[in-house]
Write a protein that binds this ligand. Structure first.
Ligand code: NAD
Length: 369
C-alpha cells in the first residue's frame, strides 16, 4: 500500500471553513474507498489566527506547512479585521506562507463546464470546451521590485515608483513549470510580455526562447504581447493551452480568463515551488475567491472551487491524476444534473446549500467510483 500523505488544511475565515468542510468530505471518501491514505491536520490562519494568537499565521503553522506534502487553503479576511495594523492583517498570513514555502508559480486553470456555457460573458460558441491554464510568476516582478515608494519632489509634488524586474533564474523556473504542464496537456505554450516596450519583457522573451531550444523543443512555443493577449482571450480564447507570464500581466489576464468561465465559486488555483533533489515540491492550493463575508455563516457558499482545488492538489502534488479527473468529472456531472448553489442558478433546478452541494458531489462520486 502506498505511503500516507500529509496534508495541512488551513480553512481561514468567512466561508473558508464552510467550503473546506465539503472538500474534507471528499478527502474522507477517497480514504474510505482505498484510493489514498492521508494524514490530515488542520490549523488556524488569517483572522481566525489573529483572534486566537494575535498573528495571522504562527511560526508553528509555517513549520507544519513546510513539513506537509501539500497545503489546502481556504480564504482569509473580513470586515472584523479591517482595522488591525497593516503588517498583521489576515492577508499577511497568506503572503508569509507563500514566501516561506517559496512557491513562485501560480496556476489558474480556466475551464468552461458544458453545463455552465451560458454563464460566460462570451457567446457559447466561443467558450464551449474552453480549457486553458495561466501560469503567473507570483513572487517577483513589479509587485516586489526595488526601488519602490512615494517620494516628495523639490517642487512639493509627489512621485510614485515601482520597478519591474526579472532575472534569468526567475524566468527559467516559471518557464519550466509552464512547459512541463503543457507536455501533460495539449502541448502548447504562449509566453506573454511587452518585449516591444520593456527591457524586462525583452529578457523574458530571450530567456524563454533559450529555455525552449535547450530543454523543450518538442513543445511548440509562441510569444505574444500582453495587450494582444487580453484581446485574444476575449476574441478567441480556445487558441490557448498554457499561457506563461509575469506577476502583473498574470494578475490581469487570469482575472479576465476567470470571467470567461462564469463563476468565482468554481475556480481553483495552485501555487507551486521548485522540485527539490528528492523530487518534492512545496505547494499551496486554494480557491480564487475570498472569504465572502456577505454570505458567510448562511450555508450559501459554493464549495466547488475548494473541491476542485483538492483535485489540483491530488494531480500536482501526489500524481493522482485519475482521482483528480474523477473529482472533476463528478463536479461537472453534478453541475449538469443536480440543483445549484445560489451563485449559479439554473431555471427549474433546486437551490442547494453548501452542504447539499457537497452531498450531490459525493453521491456522484459514489455512482462513478
Ligand atoms: P470575495 O471573493 O470574497 O467575494 C466576491 C463576491 O463573490 C461576493 O459577493 C461573494 O459572496 C461571492 N462569492 C465568493 N466566493 C463565493 C462562493 N464560493 N460561493 C458563492 N459566492 C461567492 O471577494 P471580496 O468580497 O472582494 O473580499 C472579501 C474578503 O475576502 C476581503 O477581506 C478580502 O481581502 C478577502 N479575500 C481573500 C482572498 C484569499 O484568501 N486568497 C482572496 C480575495 C479576497
Amino acid at each position: 500500500m502506498s505511503a500516507s500523505r500529509n496534508i495541512l488544511l488551513l480553512p481561514g475565515d468567512g466561508i473558508g471553513p464552510e467550503v473546506m468542510a465539503q472538500a474534507r468530505r471528499v478527502l474522507d471518501w477517497l480514504q474510505s474507498t482505498g484510493r489514498g491514505r492521508f494524514e490530515v491536520t488542520e490549523d488556524l490562519v488569517g483572522g481566525a489566527a489573529i483572534d486566537a494568537h494575535g498573528v495571522p499565521v504562527r511560526d508553528a503553522t509555517v513549520a507544519r506547512a513546510l513539513a506537509a506534502d501539500a497545503v489546502l487553503f481556504g480564504s482569509v479576511g473580513g470586515p472584523k479585521w479591517d482595522s488591525v495594523p497593516f503588517e498583521i492583517r489576515p492577508e499577511a498570513g497568506l503572503l508569509r506562507l507563500r514566501k516561506e514555502l517559496g512557491v513562485f508559480a501560480n496556476l489558474r486553470p480556466a475551464k468552461v463546464f458544458d453545463a455552465l456555457v451560458e454563464s460566460s460573458s462570451l457567446k457559447p460558441e466561443l467558450v464551449r470546451g474552453l480549457d486553458i491554464m495561466i501560469v503567473r510568476e507570483c513572487i517577483g516582478g513589479i509587485y516586489f521590485g526595488e526601488p519602490r515608494g512615494i517620494e516628495t519632489l523639490p517642487d512639493g509634488s509627489q512621485r510614485g515608483v515601482n520597478t519591474e524586474s526579472y532575472t534569468t533564474q526567475e524566468i527559467t523556473r516559471v518557464g519550466r513549470v509552464a512547459f512541463d504542464l503543457a507536455r501533460a496537456r495539449q502541448g502548447r505554450v504562449c509566453s506573454v510580455e511587452k518585449a516591444n516596450v520593456m527591457e524586462s519583457g525583452l529578457l523574458w522573451r530571450q530567456v524563454m526562447t533559450a529555455l525552449h531550444a535547450a530543454e523543450y523543443a518538442d513543445v511548440p512555443l509562441t510569444h505574444m504581447y500582453a495587450d494582444n493577449c487580453a484581446m485574444q482571450l476575449a476574441r478567441n480564447p480556445r487558441q490557448f493551452d498554457v499561457i506563461v507570464t509575469g506577476n502583473l500581466f498574470g494578475d490581469l489576464l487570469s482575472d479576465l480568463a476567470a470571467m470567461l468561465t462564469g463563476s468565482l465559486g468554481l475556480l481553483p488555483s495552485a501555487t507551486l515551488g521548485a522540485v527539490d533533489a528528492a523530487g518534492r515540491r512545496h505547494a499551496l492550493y486554494e480557491p480564487i475567491h475570498g472569504s465572502a463575508p456577505d454570505i458567510a455563516g448562511k450555508g450559501l457558499a459554493n464549495p466547488l472551487a475548494q473541491i476542485l482545488s483538492l483535485a489540483l492538489l491530488l494531480r500536482y502534488s501526489f500524481g493522482m491524476t485519475q482521482d483528480a479527473a474523477l473529482i472533476e468529472l463528478a463536479v461537472e456531472n453534478t453541475l449538469g444534473s443536480a440543483g445549484r448553489t445560489a451563485d449559479i442558478p439554473a431555471p427549474g433546478r433546486a437551490t442547494l446549500s453548501t452542504a447539499q452541494m457537497g452531498d450531490a458531489v459525493l453521491a456522484e462520486l459514489g455512482r462513478l467510483g
